[in-house]
Design a binder for this molecule. Structure first.
Ligand SMILES: [Zn+2]
Length: 428
């Protein structure tokens, strides 16, 4: 196997060091390591992080290959510095059987850009009525540990309780899309002053918060583990903080877009800003950033949601909800969390690699950058400044809210088990 010497990298943002990769593992870290027999990558003071792990990605295959495939989605992931992604279950057919999750898992392995860990549906067909084959999906080659009806809420409390009881047996977790369905009928954006002015149907904060409150109590009652997808309100943060202080086994994620963008953008009526949960207020954004910094929110997850032109280039009310995010996530986190002084790079590694891998039980990912560990790594040019140009995206879809916006930082290299998937910003 080949050797690679990464020279002068700031490991987790620390002092520059050399990192030697031998085969699939990190062999040595130190000053002035010999370059003999190794391919040399001059890091030149760039920041080296463990490969990022995304607990919430929509790869759309099977069924919606016009918006994304496992291949294009994992190429986008590698471009964004990711070495593992968890693929959501709302495909066609739904990932609610061992057969479908194994298919997605194998496609990820075959393409080789990024490990793909399928998420299994909680209920058959995401219909919320009957539990899917959770045990069979866990026992399958895909080894599913995370279950979610994401896109829909598991709103029936009895079904949610049974799912929590079931996954407890094998240390799995239910990832809840917290959205009370009756409270969000006809919802088009955050409910508040702006929705009233624009005359758009409101998605009230309480629709999210009431489900989170119920589910942390159910998790406590059952003694199981629950994960809350894409927290978007200040009130949700308070509930999760309370639950953690009470010892409830709850984890939570925030998306990059909820850390940066607010509902004010909806005034443009540009459907690129239409997303579920909706963009909220400045006060919510600031509360989410603080919660990510203090650990109340455990991780950043992209909710990468690719859609083809025809589903987004239309009037607001008819447009699909969602944004792509894999290729811009780290830049948004640099701007909102690092450059504001809320997190250092070690903190970013924790929230975007270590903890998501731990929540999803992703073997070999989210490990420390140290000798003997798998060489899943990403190198970031943090001094870079540039406008986002979706024309250069590896994703099949272009529905980014950041087109033309200047964001800091650029991933230049990604290694998956010692093999380069991204070199000088270009896919290998
Ligand atoms: Zn969701």
């Amino acid at each position: 196997m080949s050797k690679i010497l990464i020279r002068g990298a700031k490991v987790l943002g620390g002092e520059p060091q050399d990192v030697l990769i031998d085969g699939e593992t990190i062999a040595e870290i130190g000053g002035g390591l010999p370059a003999e027999g190794a391919e040399v990558v001059e890091a030149d003071g760039r920041v080296l992080l463990p490969g990022l792990v995304d607990l919430h990605t929509h790869l759309r295959e099977p069924g919606r290959e016009d918006s994304e495939t496992v291949l294009t989605g994992t190429r986008a992931a590698a471009s964004g510095g990711y070495t593992a992604v968890f693929a959501m279950a709302n495909t066609f057919p739904v990932a609610d059987t061992a057969g479908v999750v194994e298919q997605v898992y194998r496609l990820g392995r075959e393409h080789g850009y990024c490990d793909v860990q399928p998420i299994g549906a909680v209920t058959v067909g995401l219909e919320g009525r009957k539990l899917a084959e959770l045990g069979a999906m866990h026992e399958s080659a895909a080894g599913v540990t995370v279950f979610s009806d994401d896109g829909k809420c598991v709103d029936d409390a009895v079904i949610m309780r049974r799912a929590l009881e079931y996954v407890k047996a094998f240390g799995g977790v239910v990832a809840q899309h917290a959205q009370e369905p009756r409270l969000t009928e006809g919802a088009q954006m955050n409910e508040g002053v702006v929705s009233a002015e624009l005359g758009l149907g409101g998605w009230p904060a309480v629709a999210e918060e009431s489900i989170i409150a119920r589910d942390v109590l159910l998790a406590e009652h059952v003694g199981s583990r629950v994960h809350i997808c894409h927290l978007s309100t200040a009130g949700s943060v308070e509930i999760v903080r309370w639950a953690k202080s009470r010892g409830i086994d709850v984890t939570a994620e925030v998306t990059p877009h909820h850390l940066l963008l607010t509902e004010e953008l909806v005034r443009s009526y540009n459907p690129v800003y239409k997303v579920n949960p909706p963009l909220r207020t400045e006060r919510d954004v600031l509360a989410l950033r603080e919660a990510l910094a203090d650990g109340t929110i455990d991780i950043v997850a992209t909710d990468h949601a690719p859609h083809p032109h025809e589903d987004k280039d239309c009037e607001w009310a008819a447009a699909a909800m969602g944004m792509v995010g894999l290729e811009t996530a780290l830049s948004v986190v640099q701007q909102t969390m690092v450059e504001t002084g809320l997190l250092d790079w070690a903190g970013v590694a924790d929230r975007m690699s270590r903890k998501p891998a731990e929540i999803g039980r992703a073997q070999g990912h989210g490990r420390p950058v140290s000798a003997g560990e798998p060489a899943n790594l990403t190198l970031v040019d943090t001094a870079y400044r540039g406008e986002v140009d979706p024309a250069g995206f590896a994703s099949r879809s272009r529905n980014t809210p950041y087109e033309g916006r200047e964001l800091p930082g650029r991933v230049t290299h990604t290694w998956l088990r010692g093999r380069a998937t991204l070199v000088d910003g270009k896919l290998a």
